[in-house]
Design a protein around this ligand. Structure first.
Ligand SMILES: [Fe+2]
Ligand SMILES: [Fe+2]
Length: 210
């Protein structure tokens, strides 16, 4: 069960203005990847969600594992970071479990998912070792883009471009939606989660820069 505030008003439009070189690199890297995602998926938002959620569920697990090891090595408290990061990974995986009920990736997309995981997992692991601050900033920016993309998806549902199909049961159970909930409510709940990850990761990056 998940209750990460999907009933609460969420600040959707928040953007963290880059403060230094590390932030600028994180933002440039995010925009670079966004360009490829926009080109590849165009308006196929269901497919976009599935493929990108397979990537989105990686950083929390990597960050959680590395913060766990850090806490062991230094014999110091993690200040609750490990739990927060592992929760984020689980939440993102539930986004995937939800969207796989809505869109099924093509054979090529499945291949892309496998390759992207191999590359992204290792890259993010190394980035986190070198600069956990930049790694969290990257995730903060990824999540800004996720909020934006889900807002576009929602607009498409509202305009009738995408059918407002019944919500998958897994989503109704996870976000405690009403039994007759539809895709629209699922997207609103997922977007609220992304906004929460955005704020948490930017805050972690801020803490690491002090
Ligand atoms: Fe997500
Ligand atoms: Fe996300």
């Amino acid at each position: 069960m998940h209750d990460s505030g999907s009933q609460l008003p969420v600040a959707l439009e928040r953007h963290y203005t880059p403060q230094n070189c590390s932030d600028k690199v994180a933002l440039a890297f995010t925009k670079f990847l966004r360009f490829f995602a926009d080109t590849f998926f165009a308006n196929r938002y269901g497919h976009r969600a599935v493929v990108l959620e397979t990537v989105a569920a990686v950083p929390g697990m990597v960050g959680g594992a590395l913060q766990h090891l850090r806490s062991l090595r230094r014999m110091q408290s993690d200040n609750g970071w490990i739990h927060t990061l592992l929760d984020e990974a689980e939440n993102e995986r539930m986004h995937l479990m939800t969207f796989i009920e809505i869109a099924q990736p093509s054979t090529f997309e499945r291949l892309l998912i496998v390759c992207a995981q191999g590359i992204f997992y290792n890259m993010f692991f190394l980035l986190y070792l070198v600069s956990s601050k930049t790694a969290h900033r990257v995730v903060g920016y990824f999540e800004e883009e996720a909020v934006y993309s889900y807002t576009e998806y929602l607009a498409g549902v509202d305009s009738g471009k995408y059918e407002n199909i019944p919500a998958p049961q897994i989503a109704i159970d996870y976000w405690k939606l009403s039994p007759d909930a539809r895709l629209r409510e699922v997207i609103v709940a997922v977007r609220a989660d992304e906004a929460n990850h955005r704020d948490v990761n930017h805050a972690f990056a801020d803490q690491l820069s002090h």
